[in-house]
Design a protein around this ligand. Structure first.
Ligand SMILES: Nc1ccn([C@@H]2O[C@H](COP(=O)(O)OP(=O)(O)OP(=O)(O)O)[C@@H](O)[C@H]2O)c(=O)n1
Ligand SMILES: C[C@](O)(CO)[C@H](O)COP(=O)(O)O
Length: 244
């Protein structure tokens, strides 16, 4: 019987530099709701989570105005300089509650369009796995490689085994915490959890996810996310009951 519990970690300490808005992008609104509230409420609709840790920027002044801040299931910690530092801070904040073999699902606050079917499939597929893995979407465009620092095409790249890494990324607590520390100590660029786990010599598994699990990054992404949410359903507010 699988006795591992499931914890949710949401890195939300970014400043959204590429969005060029007058607030961090997670505090922009879609249909009147903060992106952060939409993302958290979609995740917490799943009944598996024992708790949720959100990493916030040390100078975040928007959080107290969110719906999520009133939810007793959601806890916060101070994030770090890079995304990986924020994830590690959230894992440290969960250290007294999470067991080594428990699962941690890490999901970008900037991905509000996660489909509940994808979340459910990720959890179901990986629950018996020793390490964990991530949602990913196959690359569908023809890919070009340029010469470094130029726009001259050097080659067309074979895309048949290339995937776009999405979130959630789901790993055993101890494996992930140790892998992140090791990778950061080694100065490895850790843009997602899987890259740290790979650096530790372990093999994450991909679970195919929907390509519309968009990470809001540039100004044009905002309208697109609004459209996608309209298609897949915005979802109700964050449920308030704790699942222990
Ligand atoms: N120091 C950081 C940097 C990023 N993030 C989070 O990591 C996720 C993915 O990062 P990205 O899309 O790059 O967000 P930003 O860093 O906010 O954007 P930008 O790079 O344009 O500044 C986001 O949920 C972001 O809030 C974080 O928690 N801590
Ligand atoms: C974790 C991630 O969302 C996977 O696609 C991504 O790596 C976040 O960071 P990025 O700097 O925006 O690539």
């Amino acid at each position: 019987m699988n006795r591992s519990r499931y914890w949710l970690v949401v890195p939300a300490a970014g400043i959204g530099q590429r969005m060029q808005a007058d607030c961090p992008k997670q505090y922009l609104r879609l249909d009147g709701r903060y992106i952060l509230d939409i993302t958290l409420s979609r995740l917490l609709q799943h009944p598996c989570f024992s708790g949720c840790m959100v990493a916030l920027h040390p100078e975040d002044s928007w959080w107290p105005g969110t719906l999520a801040s009133t939810n007793p299931r959601i806890h916060t910690c101070t994030g770090g300089r890079e995304r990986a530092d924020s994830v590690l801070a959230a894992l440290a904040a969960l250290a007294t509650r999470a067991a080594p073999d428990d699962w941690v699902l890490v999901h970008d606050v900037a991905r509000p369009c996660l489909h509940p079917g994808d979340l459910d499939r990720l959890i179901t597929r990986l629950s018996g796995h020793a390490v964990g893995g991530l949602l990913a979407a196959p690359v569908t465009d023809t890919l070009k490689r340029t010469r470094p620092g130029s726009l001259e095409v050097e080659a067309t790249v074979d895309r048949s085994s290339l995937w776009r890494a999405l979130t959630p990324q789901m790993f055993r607590y101890q494996i992930l915490a140790e892998a992140l520390v090791k990778a950061l100590d080694a100065g490895v660029a850790v843009t997602d959890e899987a890259s740290a786990v790979e650096h530790a010599g372990l093999i994450p598994e991909l679970v195919e996810g929907r390509s519309d699990n968009l990470k809001i990054t540039l100004p044009a992404d905002l309208a697109l996310a609004g459209f996608i949410l309209g298609q897949i359903g915005g979802g109700p507010s964050v449920p308030n009951s704790e699942n222990q």
